[in-house]
Design a protein around this ligand. Structure first.
Ligand code: ATP
Ligand code: MG
Ligand code: MG
Length: 400
């Protein structure tokens, strides 16, 4: 073991795996709590790995006994046990259990941001459940007009847990699918584009915020509710809008607690109004391209560096002019995605570089099993987009 404290990680999916990749050259040991064949465990060894579910409080306690710091790759975890560990042991929890608890309830998260003056879409809690929900859903429809978004307050990701309500006809489906969940309603935002800003947050040992360092704003594109592509810089977005997005993101992350990397998802309307959609208190799909675009500080290295309170750069300037990331999703057959991988491997040229990342996950339809990053040394984002077009086309054929 090196001089670094062991970092305990709840969850060993692709984010955990990419974190372990970043940890290796820094000689940081990560102890993962997840199943034995989890993507992170496939590439990293530790005598402190624990086999089991990151939802199991007893296993989390056991993990903590081997670690100096605990962190997470998902916000959908038991914050009671993390609070207990943070208060009763010397093991630090980053980001703070307080942040995780707030964020894991999307309604509470946005109510908090709204109270603090952060621009968000108007929202309404739905207290009723089962058939009694109809009346509430009709109230929302009358107040917001169609369409509006019905969202589960907890446990949603990749759009699972969201339903766009376009007319009265959707209410039956809403009650069937959401009747047993705690839900809320959100005004539909007819956005022009979606941005994401990752921000590194550091704190001193007493929980006082020290620094916020934002990455450049990126554009995210969602298809079927899943992020399919990311562009840096955002296409057709002015520099002032990108700067404002960074400022809003920093103001959001300032209001949270703990160290680490945070992603702030943002809607931009046609009038260039900025609204915050949601926060992810961890590395995020929209930040994968920084591994190559900002090679001295990937989002995973940033997570480790901030958690361990080591020096960070003052600014995060890309080393390339443009970058783009495409997710590799599983298709209808177990091998549907293979032609996309072959194509990515064969694409080089014109000062463009293509990087493949596979997660060691079994392909299932719509499941994120890898990603491809393209960087342009001198190309602008339009030229890079054109270069990447064959990959985009093939990825969309796999989704059919
Ligand atoms: P993630 O995987 O990012 O955690 P999630 O399941 O939490 O996803 P959201 O971020 O709430 O879902 O929504 C997924 C996508 O659905 C958004 O990125 C956006 O494209 C669309 N969306 C969500 N809320 C709204 C809204 N109020 N108006 C318009 N579109 C929306
Ligand atoms: Mg989410
Ligand atoms: Mg989201």
């Amino acid at each position: 073991m090196g001089p670094n404290p062991v970092i305990g990680l709840l969850g060993g999916g692709q984010l955990g795996r990419l974190l372990c990749e970043a940890a290796a050259p820094l000689d940081i040991q990560i102890a993962v709590l997840d199943a034995d064949n989890a993507p992170a465990k496939q590439i990293s060894q530790s005598r402190y790995h624990i086999s089991g579910s990151y939802k199991d409080a007893e296993k989390i306690r056991e993990l903590a006994t081997h670690c100096g710091v605990l962190s997470v790759e998902t916000e959908h975890i038991d914050t009671t046990v993390l609070e207990e560990i943070a208060k009763s042991t010397k093991v630090a929890v980053h980001p703070s259990w307080r942040t995780l608890r707030l964020i894991q309830d999307k309604y509470e998260q946005k109510a908090y941001l709204g109270d603090q003056g952060v621009p968000i879409a108007e929202q309404m809690a739905i207290e009723a459940s089962g058939d009694a929900m109809y009346a509430s859903l009709r109230d929302v429809s009358a107040k917001f007009g169609f369409p509006w978004m019905l969202k589960a307050r907890k446990d949603s990701y990749d759009g699972r847990g969201n339903l766009k309500i376009s007319s009265e006809a959707d209410l039956d489906r809403a009650v069937v699918e959401f009747g047993s969940l705690r839900c809320y309603a959100e005004k539909y935002v007819p956005f022009e584009r979606e941005l994401s800003v990752l921000v590194i947050r550091t704190e001193d040992g007493e929980g006082r915020m020290k620094r916020l360092v934002p990455y450049p704003a990126v554009e995210t594109v969602h298809e079927d509710n899943i992020c399919s592509r990311v562009y840096m810089p955002p296409r057709a977005t002015s520099i002032p809008v990108c700067k404002r997005a960074q400022q809003v993101a920093c103001s959001v992350v300032e209001k949270l607690w703990g160290r680490g990397i945070f992603a702030v998802e943002i809607f931009v309307t046609k009038d260039n109004e900025i609204l915050v959609n949601e926060i992810a208190p961890r590395p995020h799909n929209s930040g994968h391209l920084f591994t190559e675009a900002v090679p001295y500080m990937s989002q995973f290295k940033a997570q480790l560096t901030s958690i361990l309170d080591e020096p960070l750069p003052a600014e995060l300037d890309p080393h390339v002019c443009s970058s783009m990331m495409l997710n590799i999703l599983g298709g209808i057959n177990f091998d549907s995605h293979l032609p996309l991988i072959e194509m990515a491997k064969s694409m080089y040229g014109n000062k463009m570089a293509v990087y493949l990342h596979l997660y060691g996950k079994e392909p299932r339809p719509g499941r994120k099993i890898g990603h491809i990053t393209i960087t342009g040394l001198v190309a602008n984002i339009t030229e890079l987009e054109e270069f990447g077009q064959p990959l985009v086309k093939m990825a969309s054929e796999i989704r059919q």
